[in-house]
Design a protein around this ligand. Structure first.
Ligand code: HSE
Length: 434
């Protein structure tokens, strides 16, 4: 018997989902059991997939959620509201939800999970992170036997597309961003992509799954690529690195009350050219999971765009449809698929974290400057891996230092002393290095 699906949103992802559902040929036989019953759009005059009957279209999203023929609600409209309220409305009506909405899940995931548990329905989110890459299910299920040490990844397709084209073609930032928008990679407001917030939403979700409890989204230190200067990409390349926007969640231990202590952050990062994530280009995403005893597992694929994201949405719909076919969750929810929390997570104070760093200083070009900079680092206990002078202009020099791994508080102490040097005009760039 057909299973009724209601779609909230018919943008890039919604149209991709509609295309799969209305063309089941050659896919898993369960796809043919899914019947698209109603689709909410903001603007009914906008073009829509050719196979989508006009009779399904409504402008009131509540009419989709409330339609008795809709058994699974698929939220692909994006934004916080009304998406959050509609998800909660569907849950309250006992309808399972599939959503690609990382912003809502990262910020309101606890509320939504509590409501879902109370009503005995699944809320599945495979499409919220990594586009077409299956990463949510592996973290919830396949890797459950591991102690996860670190989850790190390139999880914003737009910025990776921009960084790749800037590095390869020396293309201008604005022109590349416009292409990313045209290709359906970027958010409606691409500030979320380039300022790192989209990646922060996604790493909050991944960390919550990897470590078993919600991660405070507002505490995630976030830096985007919007202030990254092309010369740092070029200098990094000369020193053997590529620059990527990296999202990282790292296990730092446990606090006295038993909570997991995590370092979760998003920032442009210099990766050695041989690092597994350094070869991830264009709109592709990759997530490296390091666990005990599995070791390193990397998930790679298209991280944005209609087809890949719709592939992940439909996988979740199929999960729910499969459970329906065998009679529904009469004995309660599967705790692995429902991703029930079992821990509390807290974020570490950033001054207690340890990193390698790339620092570009603009200085006077005169004898003894590199020596004084080296002394400032040494006095703070910061060990230098390399220090190089690049050609400056108008009597200025550009000095790039790469440190060994150091405590963040010591690094900041060194930077403060360097900034106070008469010869140093500015700390022009400061980036993390792996
Ligand atoms: N804007 C997002 C990205 C879309 O560029 O990765 C997928 O979440």
């Amino acid at each position: 018997m057909a299973i009724g699906v209601g779609l909230l949103g018919l943008g890039t992802v919604g149209a991709g989902v509609a295309t799969i559902l209305t063309n089941p040929e050659g896919r898993h036989p369960l796809v043919a059991e899914l019947a698209l019953r109603r689709v909410a759009v903001r603007d009914p005059k906008r073009s829509r997939p050719a196979d989508l009957p006009a009779t399904l279209i409504v402008t009131d999203p509540k009419a989709v959620v409330d339609d008795p023929a809709v058994e699974i609600v698929v939220e692909v409209m994006g934004g916080l509201e009304p998406a959050r309220s509609l998800i909660l409305r569907a849950i309250a009506a006992g309808k399972p939800v599939v959503t690609a909405n990382k912003a809502v899940i990262a910020r309101h995931g606890e509320e939504i999970a509590a409501a879902a548990a109370a009503h005995g329905v699944y809320v599945l989110i495979e499409a919220a992170v990594g586009g077409g890459i299956p990463i949510i299910e592996p973290l919830k299920q396949s890797l459950g036997g591991n102690r996860i040490q670190r989850v790190s990844g390139i999880i914003n397709g737009t910025t990776n597309y921009i960084l790749s084209r800037m590095a390869d073609e020396g293309a201008a930032y604005a022109e590349v961003l416009a292409d990313a928008q045209r290709l359906g990679y970027a958010e409606a407001d691409p500030a979320a992509d380039v300022q790192g917030d989209d990646a922060a939403d996604k790493i909050a979700i991944l960390a919550g799954l990897a470590y078993g409890g919600p991660v405070p989204r507002s505490g995630i230190a976030t830096e985007g690529i919007d202030r990254l200067e092309p010369r740092d990409v070029a200098y990094a390349a000369q020193l053997g690195f590529v620059v990527k926007l990296l999202a990282v969640a790292e296990h730092m231990g446990r606090v006295e009350d038993g909570s997991e202590l995590l370092d979760v952050r998003v920032h442009p990062t210099l990766l050695p050219k041989g690092h597994p994530l350094a070869g991830v280009h264009g709109v592709n995403n990759a997530i490296l999971v390091e666990g005990d005893p599995v070791g390193q597992v990397m998930f790679f694929g298209p991280g944005a765009g209609a087809g890949p994201t719709a592939s992940a949405v439909v996988a979740d719909i199929l999960n729910i449809a499969g459970i329906r076919q065998v009679g529904g969750p009469t004995a309660g929810l599967d705790p692995l698929l429902a991703a029930t929390s079992w821990r509390r997570c807290v974020l570490v104070d950033s001054t207690r974290t340890r990193h390698r760093n790339y620092v570009r200083l603009r200085t006077r070009d005169e004898a003894g400057v590199i020596g004084k900079i080296g002394t400032c680092f040494g006095d703070a206990g910061v060990s230098i891996q390399s220090i190089v002078q690049f050609a400056g202009h108008e009597g200025a020099a550009e000095i790039v230092t790469i440190t060994h791994e150091v405590l963040e508080s010591r690094f900041r102490e060194a930077l403060a002393a360097i900034q106070a040097l008469r010869e140093v005009q500015s700390v022009a760039a400061c980036l993390r290095t792996l």
